[in-house]
Design a binder for this molecule. Sequence first.
Ligand SMILES: *Cc1c(COP(=O)(O)O)cnc(C)c1O
Length: 357
Amino acid sequence: MEITTRLQLPAHLKPRPTDEASLRFGDIYSDHMFLMDYFAGQWRNPRIEPFGPLTLSPAAMVLHYSQTIFEGLKCYRHPNGRLALFRPKDNFKRLNVSAARMSIPPLDEAFLLTALKELLKIDGRWTPRHPEASLYIRPFVIATEPHLGVRPSQEYLFMIITGPVGPYYKEGFAPIKIYVESHYTRSAPGGLGGVKAGASYASSLLATEKAAQKGFTQLLWLDSVHHRYVEEVGSMNMFFVLDGKIATSPLSSGTILPGLTRASVLTVAERLGLPFEERLLAIDELIEAQKSGRLTEAFGSGTAAVISPVGLLNYQEKDYVVADGKVGRITQTLYDELVGVQYGHKPDPYGWVELLD
Ligand SMILES: *Cc1c(COP(=O)(O)O)cnc(C)c1O
């Protein structure tokens, strides 16, 4: 398919942020966006246009029944000035897994990568130069058919928007405090937890807000059947270091999002010879391990923060400090390796980095 491009008028190009160190997440957008429609059984009209508002019927199905999915990845500027994507093919592959679960027609993954590269030929210059900032990329699909009967939409819009985001850790790489959530759940067997559906995020807001009111940065979600097994931390995958071994929950229940950072952490651990395992992790076992000093580190993983060290768990109104509230040695090693590969400070023996022209 031919991508048509309508460039923003030079006089309407937006000024790029000058203070990249204080950029936040998700406030600023680049000059252009990619769009593609689906109707009459086909994806069509791929196009790049100036970034701007959409026209949508108030009856568009996404507004009523949340038939929508998304992805999140980043473009990094290497020290030599070249732009690099991290595992983009895996993001588009996962978009199709999400699409299948949400009754959205499949997309051509190779074409989506071509489209993203076309968009970045125009807006790649929005990628910050600050060594810890990046250009966040948000591909997503919404159901646009004006129809209120409950069934899959017959019309969709796929889009990619991008925008510069600042360093995640403005005051340095700092551990967060998390609240172990024993009442609300994020995901149930057979539900949406294994895919990137906006609906899961909407349902997580209330519990997150309540934890924030108690002074916690994030929630640790437990499984919805036993309220016992660790699933995720906020919208990140969760890792512990137990008896010197990296441990994370398995994906087999379908209730945990298969994070690309999670997969990358496991691959890095293997390559660096750090022992690791995927197994069920019961909260009572973790608390016992903390009491006896065998739980030495904890961290979350995701595209936004890469690695988020956890310094404290609050479970049933009691605080349990992890790694003395500092960044553990293994946590730091994994962070340095992943960030080093992404930003081009370290070689990429994994084949994860896709350099742009
Ligand atoms: C996106 C996401 C993650 C992290 O996935 P990455 O590919 O590592 O960015 C983890 N959990 C949830 C619920 C997510 O939506």
